[in-house]
Design a protein around this ligand. Structure first.
Ligand SMILES: [Zn+2]
Length: 103
């Protein structure tokens, strides 16, 4: 998987298609799903005593989306791009397939 936490991504498909760039908050390698800032928030109704809402009510919770719907955002191309990895000074770095700049 070519995405990590803190990456800026754009959404390619689904309800949030075209949104971004926004930051990946967390990512699960096993289920290949990521929580992206501001994308796919749901309202959960909670009872009194919930740590995030002591008086009860509705709480906004982020819901993970599949990483296949995301693409890494390249600041140079200003769009979501495909990436390849390349060895640069002995370290594996991701490189934008469009402009060959490392990300
Ligand atoms: Zn690029």
């Amino acid at each position: 998987m070519k995405l990590r936490r803190e990456d800026m991504v754009v959404v390619l498909s689904g309800n949030f298609r075209g949104q971004g760039p926004s930051k990946i908050v967390s990512i699960d390698r096993d289920s290949r799903r990521a929580i992206v800032e501001g994308i796919n928030n749901a309202l959960k109704h909670v009872k009194r005593g919930h740590p995030k809402s002591p008086q009860g009510g509705r709480v906004t919770i982020p819901v993970a989306i599949d990483v296949s719907n995301l693409a890494l955002h390249c600041s140079n191309c200003n769009r979501g791009v495909r990436v390849k990895s390349q060895m640069i000074d002995g370290a594996k770095r991701r490189v934008c397939c469009r402009c060959q700049k490392f990300l």
